[in-house]
Design a protein around this ligand. Structure first.
Ligand code: PMP
Length: 392
C-alpha cells in the first residue's frame, strides 16, 4: 500500500505545549503550565438538572441533527447579550461554533490564501497560530508592549493587503494583559480607515476580577470586527460550545465552511448550555469564578514577590488566568524547564507564542488549577531554581 501525506499535513507539527503538558501530568509535578479552567468552577448540579429537563421535555430535537448556524434560542441569547450601548447585533450575525477554536479554524479557511499577510500581536495565542498556519499565511507581528498592540505601529505598510489582524484585548493568553480603552478606540479607528478586518478573540473578558468590563472592539465598529466568544471559561470547556459574531456577508461564508467541517455543533450540548443559562445563571456564576481566580492570582503574586530574584519581571493581571514572566535577556526558559521539571514544578516557555523572533527569556504561569498551598510551594521551588541559574 502506497500513500503520501498532503503538502499541508507534512508541514503540521504538534504543539510544543502539548508535549510539555504530557510530562507535567505526573501527579508529583506542581504544574503552572496548563491553560485549563479550574474544575472547581464547573456547575455540575446545574448541568445535571439541565440535562434531565432537556431529556424530559425535548429529547428528539436534542438528539437529532440541527441547523449549521446553531440552536436558535442560543443564538438569540448571544445576539441579545451583545446588543447594548447603541449596538444592535442581529441573530443572522451569530454562528455557534464547536469551541471558539473552531471559529479560528473557519476564519483561517475563509480569509487566508497561501502567503496572505496576517497581523498578530506580539506574543499571541499559540492555538490561533496553529489554526491559521494550516492555510499557510505570512504572519506579521505587530509591535506590542505590556498593554497590548501599539495602534500607531499599524502603518499602511503593515495594514495594506493584510487579510486581518488577530486581537486578544482581554487578559490575553499568554500574557494576561488587557488593552486599555483608548487603544481599543485607536485600533478600531485605524483599522476601519485602512479597511483592515479585526478578529477579536475574547474567551476571558468576563473574568475581570473587579467585574468592570471594557468596551469590545465589536461595539466600536460592528461592520469591521468579527468577535469570538466561548462558554469554556465561564461554564465548562468539555461542552465545546463557542460562538462568533460576524458581518452578515462573512457569516454566510463561515456557515458554508462549518457545514463542510462538522455540519453543526452538537444539538445536545447547545441545548444544555442554553437551558442552564437562559434565566441568568451566569450572572450568579461568573462572580464566583472571578473571586476564585482573583484570590489564586494574589497568592501567586505574593509568592513571586517573596521568592523570585530581583532581575525577574512580571505583570499583575486584572483578570483571566495567566501571569507573564520576563527573565533577564539571554536566559532560555525552554532550557530552564527541563531543570524545573526535574524539581517537579512546571511552566510554559514563552517562545512558541511568538509568530516571529521568539523572546526565549519569557514564560507563562497559570494559577487557576493549583491549590493555594501548592502555589506557594511551587513558586518557592521555581524561585530557588531561578536564583541558582541567574543569581540574585
Ligand atoms: N482563544 C484563546 C485566547 C484561548 O485561550 C482558548 C483556549 N485556551 C481558545 C481561544 C479556545 O477556546 P475554546 O475552543 O475552548 O472556546
Amino acid at each position: 500500500m502506497s500513500w503520501t501525506f498532503s503538502e499541508r499535513a507534512r508541514k503540521l507539527t504538534s504543539s510544543a505545549i502539548r508535549e510539555i503538558l504530557k510530562v507535567t501530568e505526573r501527579p508529583e509535578v506542581i504544574s503552572f503550565a496548563g491553560g485549563l479552567p479550574s474544575p472547581a468552577t464547573f456547575p455540575v448540579d446545574r448541568i445535571r438538572k439541565a440535562c434531565e429537563d432537556i431529556l424530559t421535555t425535548a429529547p428528539s430535537p436534542a438528539l437529532q441533527y440541527g441547523p449549521t448556524e446553531g440552536y436558535l434560542p442560543l443564538r438569540e441569547w448571544v445576539a441579545e447579550r451583545y446588543s447594548k450601548d447603541g449596538v444592535k447585533i442581529g441573530v443572522n450575525q451569530v454562528l455557534i461554533t464547536t469551541g471558539s477554536q473552531q471559529g479560528l479554524d473557519l476564519l483561517g479557511k475563509v480569509l487566508i490564501d497561501v502567503g496572505s499577510r496576517v497581523l498578530v500581536e506580539t506574543p499571541t495565542y499559540l492555538g490561533a497560530l496553529q489554526a491559521f498556519s494550516l492555510s499557510e499565511p505570512t504572519f506579521v507581528s505587530v509591535p506590542s508592549d505590556d498593554s497590548g498592540p501599539i495602534p500607531s505601529a499599524l502603518t499602511r505598510d503593515l495594514t495594506d493587503g493584510a487579510r486581518f489582524m488577530y486581537c486578544l484585548p482581554n487578559f490575553q493568553n499568554p500574557t494576561g494583559r488587557r488593552l486599555p480603552t483608548d487603544r481599543r478606540q485607536q485600533l478600531t479607528k485605524i483599522a476601519g480607515e485602512a479597511g483592515l478586518l479585526l478578529l477579536e478573540d475574547d474567551p476571558y473578558g468576563a473574568l475581570s476580577y473587579k467585574g468592570e468590563q471594557l468596551p469590545t472592539l465589536l461595539s466600536m465598529n460592528p461592520q469591521g470586527v468579527v468577535h469570538m466568544g466561548s462558554f469554556s471559561k465561564v461554564f465548562a470547556p468539555g461542552f465545546r460550545v463557542g460562538y462568533l459574531i460576524a458581518p452578515e456577508k462573512l457569516h454566510g461564508k463561515l456557515v458554508q465552511a462549518k457545514q463542510a467541517a462538522d455540519l453543526h455543533t452538537p444539538s445536545f450540548t447547545q441545548r444544555v448550555v442554553h437551558e442552564a443559562i437562559k434565566t441568568g445563571f451566569l450572572d450568579d456564576h461568573i462572580p464566583k469564578i472571578r473571586e476564585l481566580y482573583a484570590s489564586q492570582c494574589r497568592v501567586m503574586l505574593e509568592a513571586m514577590k517573596h521568592h523570585f530574584p530581583a532581575s525577574v519581571q512580571w505583570n499583575e493581571p486584572e483578570g483571566g488566568m495567566f501571569i507573564w514572566v520576563k527573565l533577564p535577556k539571554g536566559v532560555d526558559s525552554m532550557k530552564l524547564l527541563d531543570k524545573a521539571i526535574a524539581q517537579n514544578v512546571a511552566f510554559v516557555p514563552g517562545a512558541p507564542f511568538f509568530a516571529n523572533e521568539p523572546q526565549s527569556n519569557t514564560l507563562r504561569l497559570s494559577f487557576v488549577t493549583v491549590p493555594q498551598a501548592k502555589i506557594e510551594e511551587g513558586i518557592a521551588k521555581l524561585g530557588a531554581l531561578l536564583k541558582s541559574e541567574i543569581g540574585g
